[in-house]
Design a protein around this ligand. Structure first.
Ligand SMILES: *Cc1c(COP(=O)(O)O)cnc(C)c1O
Length: 465
């Protein structure tokens, strides 16, 4: 399988290069040259597979002969060995609701599904092809801990995660700083998340520095992350229908960066019988507005909500959808992105907007509606939703044969849970005792110079070991 850029500016590359490149060198996102089509007999067969075996079948056509099948199988088994549920992503009944729980990985949020795989994949590719990867990222919460856990102890990889000191939740901070592996470097910067993010951007824009120190990112634009997330759509469909390809299922998907719901779109394009894909957003509703109007318009500010992992203004995977919506017309994608950059908005034409309305439904939930949803579901069934999941459940109203994706364990967001139902959700095993564990973190001023100096010093000392 070959990979191309959504902006048309690179020669086709293979899967390995696409994974290591992350972002295409022309600034676009990498996409497969074609989408494998899965026929009905195959879907029927796959519906009986366990999660890991299904993952192997789904990934193989996207990887081709670049990774031998039995080696990919080992990577996949290893990636999901730390999940505490034997089904990896079980479907749970909460009264009338069907909940697809995606939070049984080491950090109790759905990002583990992609990042546990990506960490193992990076390690494998680095060992095979040689080289070193120094991951640097800024986090306001979930991504940092999932990324750290994905690569902890992995050969050939160092990870540096910046978080704004005192501005991530206590649990999230502890989830990052109690990982004591030598290749994990937590940096608390004295500033805001935007400061941390801007420092990381500045380091990546410093091209000589970036290449001298082999900096890489683990943000949600890596194709391997999308691929890993596609698996649970197939898995859930199989569990719900028993492989009856005349049955369609809808999915309600809490979304920020358009990563999770794009994986569902890919599954649908591969032939999975999906009825509605419901984009669920919080007050940061650029995607919901787009589906309803065909206009993708950046708002004036990011609003803080009870579902912070979705407090995002620009959805980084959206460009991939624009590409497929326009049948791979990269000139059109470039023109639309140019509009977005120069005017703060882009508009798809009526014909393409009609297609978007077929591809997606969308609904936004306010914080009040989010809390009401947590409260109502708990009252009706005793099941406790995390606030992100509650946004999805809100958007699923009135749907039939719909599965709601649960993206985090509620105990990670106990302030909101307490607020909604007057008590906290019990901690999952991975979070128990976390407040008492030993931790390691260094504190720096929120300046590019300080962070750069720290990176240089740490990485030089390792290179000389
Ligand atoms: C990251 C995250 C989301 C949003 O996922 P996208 O890939 O940005 O669509 C939703 N819920 C939780 C708990 C998350 O951590």
């Amino acid at each position: 399988m070959h990979y191309l850029s959504t902006r048309g500016g690179i020669a086709p590359i293979g899967f390995t290069d696409a994974v290591m490149m992350g972002l295409a060198s022309d600034g676009g996102l990498l996409v497969p040259a074609e989408i494998p089509q899965i026929d009905a007999p195959t879907l029927r067969e796959w519906s009986a597979l366990r999660f890991q075996d299904l993952a192997l079948e789904i990934m193989m056509p996207f990887i081709g002969n670049e990774i031998p099948r039995h080696e990919l199988q080992i990577l996949i088994e290893r990636a999901y060995s730390g999940f505490i549920h034997s089904e990896i992503t079980p479907i749970i009944d909460a009264g009338d609701l069907k909940i697809l729980e995606l939070f049984h990985g080491p950090t109790a949020a759905f990002k583990d599904i992609a990042l546990q795989f990506l960490g193992n994949l990076f390690e494998y590719l680095l060992a095979r092809n040689g080289g070193q990867l120094n991951i640097i990222g800024a986090t306001s919460g979930d991504t940092g801990s999932a990324a750290i856990d994905g690569v902890r102890g992995k050969a050939g990889i160092q990870i540096f995660i910046l978080h704004p000191k005192g501005r991530v939740s206590r649990i999230q901070e502890r989830q990052m700083t109690t990982v004591l592996d030598a290749n994990v470097h937590n940096i608390a910067v004295r500033g805001t998340f935007d400061d941390a993010q801007n420092i990381v951007k500045a380091l990546f824009n410093d091209l000589p520095f970036k290449s001298a120190y082999q900096l890489g990112a683990v943000n949600s634009i890596n194709w391997a992350r999308i691929l890993a997330q596609t698996v649970y759509y197939f898995y859930a469909w199989g569990r719900m229908t028993g492989g009856d390809t005349t049955q369609k299922i809808s999915f309600a998907v809490p979304t920020g960066n358009f990563g999770d719901v794009f994986a569902g779109y890919l599954a649908k394009r591969m032939g999975l019988p999906i009825d509605h894909l419901i984009i669920a957003t919080n007050r940061n509703d650029i995607l919901t507005r787009f589906v309803n109007t065909g206009i993708y318009a950046i708002g004036d500010t990011v609003h803080q909500t009870l579902s912070p992992a979705m407090d995002i203004q620009i959805a980084s995977n959206f460009e991939r959808y624009l590409y497929f919506l326009h049948n791979g017309d990269t000139a059109k994608v470039r023109a639309l992105l140019n509009d977005l950059q120069t005017t703060g908005q882009l508009t798809v034409d009526a014909e393409h907007h009609a297609q978007t309305c077929i591809d997606f439904n969308a609904m936004a939930a306010s914080d009040t509606e989010t809390l009401a949803q947590i409260q109502a579901i708990e009252a009706a069934s005793g099941y406790i939703l995390c606030p992100h999941t509650a946004v999805g459940v809100h958007a699923a109203q009135g749907q039939i044969n719909c599965i709601c994706l649960a993206t985090a364990h509620p105990a990670k967001f106990n302030d909101a849970v307490q607020n909604a139902i007057g008590r906290e959700a019990p901690l999952p095993p991975s979070l128990q005792g976390i407040m008492e564990k030993e931790s390691r973190c260094i504190e720096l001023a929120a300046t590019v110079e300080e962070v750069k100096a720290y990176l240089k010093e740490t990485l030089s000392s390792m290179m000389h070991e």
